[in-house]
Write a protein that binds this ligand. Structure first.
Ligand SMILES: Cc1ncc(COP(=O)(O)O)c(C=O)c1O
Length: 342
C-alpha cells in the first residue's frame, strides 16, 4: 500500500494510543488553513522574530529559563539536551528509549548504563527512585543523568527529590517527560519536571493533542539553541511551529485546563482501573491471561487498540482528545473481559 492510500484508509478501531488528538484536531482546527502558509525562510537557529517571541512566551507559561519548539519529536529534544548540557560522562537507563543512547553517543559521552528492577505486579519498569539514583551517582560520579518519568505506563519519579540529589552532586538532570506533556496544566496529575530539572523534554503529540511529531525542550541550564541548530533542518515547518504555539496557548487557557480536568473526572467517574501514578494511563490486567492475550481480546473482539502491552498487563493511553464516549466503550469492554463475556 502506498502512503497516500494508507492515509485514506479508514480506521475501524477505537484508538487508545498516540497521537492523542484522536483525529479530531479540536485544538488545531485551523491547522489545514495554516498548511497553506508553508513559508520558507527565517532561520530557526537565530529566531529573532516570531518564533523567539513565541518560545519566550512559552518559557513564561512553563516557568523555565528556555523553552524551545521541536518539530522532530522528543527524540531531537533529548539529543539537543545532552549536547547543550556539555556533559561528557552520563548515566542512562539500559531500557530507555533509543534516543537516550543516540544522544550520548552523538555528544561523545562516556556512557554508563543503569538498570531498574522489573515490577512483577504489572510486568513493567517503574521510574528510578531517589535512593537508587543516589547510589548510582555515588558509585559512578557521572556529570549527567537521563531519567524517564513518567514511564510509558505512567509510573513517575520523585522529581523534586531527584533534582535535589543531582544538584547536591553537581550532576545535570535530564528528564524524559515525553509522556507527561499535560502535567504542567493540572494539579491532579503528577508533578512536571519542567521547573525542577536542568532539561525536560515533552512530546505534545503523545498526550496533549499536538500533531506528530511536535514536542518541547525546556531548559533551566544552558540555552539549547546552538545544540538544536546542529541537529535540525534550516527549513523548519512554520505551520507545525505555529501549531505548537496554539497547542500551548490552548493547554494554558481555562478551556484547555477544563478539558484536562474533564478527562480526569471522566476516568474517575466511570471508575476505570488505575495502575500507575498517572490516572490518564489506564493499566489493566486479568488473572489467568497474559497482557498480550488481553490486548488481543481488546483488539479482535472489542475493536479497541491499546498503546503498549507486556506479559502481565496492557496500557490504554488517553489524552486530551479522549472523550467520555470512548471511555464508556472501554469500560464496557473491560467489564466484559473481567466477567468472561468478551
Ligand atoms: C519515553 C520516550 N521518550 C522519547 C520518545 C521519543 O519521542 P518522539 O516520538 O516524540 O520523538 C518516546 C517515543 O515513543 C518515548 O516513549
Amino acid at each position: 500500500m502506498g502512503l497516500v492510500s494508507l492515509l485514506k484508509k479508514k480506521n475501524r478501531t477505537t484508538l487508545f494510543t498516540t497521537p492523542s488528538h484522536g483525529g479530531k484536531f479540536f485544538i488545531l482546527h485551523k491547522f489545514y488553513q495554516w498548511y497553506k502558509s508553508d513559508i520558507s525562510e527565517t532561520d530557526t537557529h537565530d529566531p529573532v522574530s516570531a518564533l523567539l517571541q513565541a518560545e519566550n512566551k512559552a518559557a513564561k507559561i512553563y516557568g523555565t529559563k528556555y523553552t524551545k519548539f521541536l518539530t522532530n519529536g522528543s527524540t531531537s529534544g533529548i539529543i539537543a539536551a545532552v549536547l547543550a548540557s556539555g556533559v561528557k560522562k552520563i548515566l542512562i537507563w539500559d531500557k530507555a528509549h533509543p534516543c537516550h543512547k543516540s544522544a550520548a553517543k552523538l555528544a561523545g559521552c562516556e556512557i554508563i548504563e543503569y538498570e531498574l528492577p522489573l515490577d512483577q505486579e504489572w510486568g513493567v519498569y517503574r521510574a528510578i527512585t531517589p535512593s537508587a539514583a543516589a547510589e548510582y551517582l555515588q558509585k559512578y560520579s557521572p556529570e549527567g543523568i537521563i531519567i524517564t518519568s513518567p514511564t510509558y505506563e505512567g509510573f513517575t519519579a520523585n522529581i523534586e527529590e531527584m533534582s535535589r540529589i543531582c544538584r547536591e552532586k553537581g550532576v545535570k538532570l535530564i528528564v524524559d517527560e515525553a509522556h507527561g506533556a499535560l502535567y504542567p496544566f493540572s494539579d491532579k496529575l503528577p508533578e512536571s519536571a519542567v521547573k525542577h530539572a536542568d532539561y525536560t523534554v515533552q512530546s505534545l503529540h503523545k498526550t496533549a493533542g499536538g500533531l506528530n511529531p511536535t514536542a518541547l525542550l525546556h531548559s533551566n541550564d544552558n540555552d539549547p539553541s546552538e545544540a538544536l541548530s546542529m541537529i535540525n533542518t534550516t527549513s523548519p515547518s512554520y505551520p507545525l511551529l505555529a501549531t505548537i504555539e496554539a497547542n500551548i496557548n490552548y493547554l494554558n487557557s481555562s478551556k484547555g485546563r477544563k478539558k484536562i480536568n474533564e478527562l480526569i473526572e471522566n476516568i474517575k467517574s466511570i471508575n476505570l482501573p488505575q495502575g500507575g501514578d498517572d490516572i490518564t494511563k489506564i493499566l489493566i490486567k486479568k488473572d489467568g491471561i497474559s497482557g498480550y492475550e488481553l490486548s488481543n481480546i481488546l483488539f479482535n473482539k472489542c475493536k479497541i487498540e491499546d498503546e503498549r502491552t507486556n506479559n502481565v498487563s496492557t496500557m490504554l493511553l488517553t489524552g486530551i482528545g479522549t472523550d467520555k464516549k470512548m471511555l464508556m466503550r472501554l469500560k464496557k469492554a473491560i467489564e466484559g473481559i473481567y466477567n468472561g463475556k468478551n
